[in-house]
Design a protein around this ligand. Structure first.
Ligand code: 15L
Length: 273
């Protein structure tokens, strides 16, 4: 592939990790965000644009080799906010790729697309075991993202890889994260694999590190070429001492989406637009 990777949400947490890690793996990066990124790095291209502005997205996508779409609200919010940033934004990323002739799109889906799925009592959950079962409007937008990705593969022949990201943080801070953590280094590995995999067509894979306590199957992600290096277990002793052993009767541990499935996560409790 020639041309830079267009990275939406470049100023965000995951975007910042990818700006560091993708060039180390040979990818030139064109950063796009609605705000200017704080620290422009050598070799980067920069575009300030709203991901829900289709004309601006088409301009930004011209000449790119692939789109890595990380932009959007990163948790629950109101319906108007989610539908604009996360649903309209995903449509614009895919439609801009199609119009600009870019064939590969990597989408930041989330475990919350399937959040009300019960966590398995034993064994690992494959992607096929967890069809869309969103836990929030945020989760609905991620399920819609996967559906839009599927449409652009079947109708227009793009390659679209949807990453159902667990908990992408610098380090685990809750006992749930002992299962769901995706480390910064593994985030880079996963996106790199999604960019390089030959002809993935439509692919949905869990995005999680090789955590001892994980409940997501990594076979599909590994088949793309993902080689996770981290395991949240190194944080287990400290987190269990602080918070106790995870209680499987607690919804935060009984369902894939954790606390997002609780009554407190009703959108009414989130900021009005
Ligand atoms: C997500 O999709 C969110 O972006 C992140 O803030 C966390 O809530 C994460 O899921 C999680 O499930 O831990």
């Amino acid at each position: 592939m020639t041309g830079p990777v267009l990275l939406t949400g470049a100023a965000g947490r995951i975007g910042t990790w990818l700006r560091g890690g993708l060039p180390e793996r040979g990818w030139a990066v064109r950063c796009l965000d609605v705000v200017p990124v704080a620290d422009v790095r050598p070799g980067e291209e920069h575009v300030v644009a709203d991901v829900a502005d289709l004309a601006a997205m088409v301009d930004a996508t011209e000449g790119a080799s692939a789109v890595v779409h990380m932009a959007g609200i990163s948790g629950e919010s109101t319906w108007p906010a989610i539908s604009r940033s996360n649903i309209e934004g995903t449509y614009c990323a895919l439609e801009a790729a199609r119009r600009a002739g870019v064939r590969r799109v990597v989408l930041a889906s989330s475990n919350h697309a399937t959040g009300f799925t019960p966590r398995p009592a034993v064994g690992l959950l494959t992607e096929a075991d967890a069809p869309p079962r969103p836990d929030t409007y945020y989760g609905v937008a991620k399920a819609t993202m996967e559906a839009l990705g599927s449409l652009y593969v079947d109708r227009y022949g793009l390659d679209v890889v949807c990453l159902r990201i667990g908990s992408a943080f610098a380090e685990p801070t809750t006992t749930r994260h002992l299962s769901t953590w995706l480390s910064p280094a593994d985030t880079v590995s996963l996106v790199d694999a999604a960019l390089k995999a030959p002809s993935p067509g439509f692919s949905v894979v869990w995005g999680v590190s090789d955590n001892t306590r994980r409940w997501w199957d990594l076979a599909a992600a590994r088949s793309l070429g993902y080689e996770p290096a981290d395991d949240a277990e190194v944080y287990a002793e400290a987190l269990i001492e602080a918070y106790g052993e995870p209680d499987r009767a607690d919804p935060a541990h009984a369902r894939v989406g954790g606390e997002y499935t609780t009554a407190e996560f009703d959108a009414e409790n989130f900021e009005k637009p």
